[in-house]
Write a protein that binds this ligand. Structure first.
Ligand SMILES: CC(C)(COP(=O)(O)OP(=O)(O)OC[C@H]1O[C@@H](n2cnc3c(N)ncnc32)[C@H](O)[C@@H]1OP(=O)(O)O)[C@@H](O)C(=O)NCCC(=O)NCCS
Length: 260
């Protein structure tokens, strides 16, 4: 049976003669010579990063490593841990919250930017069209707006580094045009947030939008592990919402009478 005929195929890692080769490189040599960021780039892209790509990657991952106890992923992970589950289950629960409103916007924003840049060079006009369509359909554009920031400080830093390293091209420009257009249309600044900014930068770096959520998972996993371990090691199990935090909005207590 040839390799092509086997049902499970991979171009990522090979086990050969008792050794492991990732993208063709001996894993044990990698462990001695590469830092984690370089290894992540290699496993995702298939080749080693240039120093500029490595620095950009590192800035993305460090800037997303944690954002406090309040985001949905940390609330979910810590709540699941407090039920008495193992660390892996609780961390997975945190990752499962990564949807269109939290972390997941990287993917959809990168898709929108990549598809638009491919079809037109008039970025300002395209941005206007995108904003107009979103407002008409009452849709939220992925990668814009933030619950607490009018300017996302992570975006400021990421763009500063992207500019310095040469990852500040058409995708970033389009994202900033959309930000401008949204402010005009909504009457309030809806900043290019960290997700949208990462979506633009990975597009500049030539990554397929479909791997977008992976960047948030890789960046935020250490933060989730730390939160879950803190919950397990320092808090009493069984978190319960207090009366001040909850409100009943249903029918008043009533007599149970079966329908005839
Ligand atoms: C992040 C987010 C949930 C914050 O929402 P919020 O603080 O509750 O924003 P508001 O509900 O106050 O929105 C105010 C107005 O801006 C609009 N708006 C907010 N985000 C918008 C977006 N991304 N695109 C278009 N319009 C948006 C709302 O529809 C609302 O308009 P209206 O007053 O005409 O109804 C929201 O901006 C969003 O869903 N963004 C897209 C997803 C995303 O990028 N998530 C990653 C966050 S890091």
């Amino acid at each position: 049976m040839t390799l092509e005929e086997k049902p499970w195929k991979t171009a990522i890692t090979q086990e050969k003669d008792g050794k492991t080769f990732v993208r063709g490189y001996d894993l044990m040599e990698m462990a001695k010579k590469l830092n984690f960021t370089q290894a992540i780039f290699l496993v995702l892209r298939g080749e080693l990063p240039s120093p500029k790509e490595e620095k950009m990657f590192n800035t993305i991952f460090v800037s997303t490593i944690d954002h406090g106890i309040s985001p949905p992923s940390v609330i979910a992970a810590r709540a699941v841990a407090s039920g008495g589950t193992p660390l892996s289950t609780a961390v997975a629960a945190g990752v499962m919250t990564f949807g269109e409103a939290h972390g997941g916007a990287i993917e959809q924003c990168a898709k929108m930017l990549q598809e638009t840049v491919k079809k037109s060079t008039d970025l300002q006009k395209q941005a206007e069209k995108i904003v107009e369509k979103a407002r008409f359909n009452r849709e939220r554009l992925p990668g814009f707006g933030h619950r607490i920031y009018s300017t996302d400080p992570r975006t400021v830093t990421l763009l500063e580094v992207a500019k310095e390293l040469g990852f500040y091209g058409k995708h970033v420009e389009l994202a900033l045009e959309i930000e401008k257009g949204l402010e005009k249309a909504v009457g309030k600044k809806l900043c290019l947030n960290v997700d949208g900014c990462i979506g633009a930068i990975i597009s500049e770096m030539g990554f397929d939008w479909r791997v977008g959520k992976g960047f948030f998972i890789i960046g935020r996993a250490p933060g989730l592990v730390a939160h879950v371990f803190e919950e397990l090691s320092t808090e009493r199990p069984f978190r319960r919402l207090s009366e001040e935090e909850t409100e009943y909005k249903g029918v008043a207590p009533r007599k149970l009478e079966l329908k005839k």
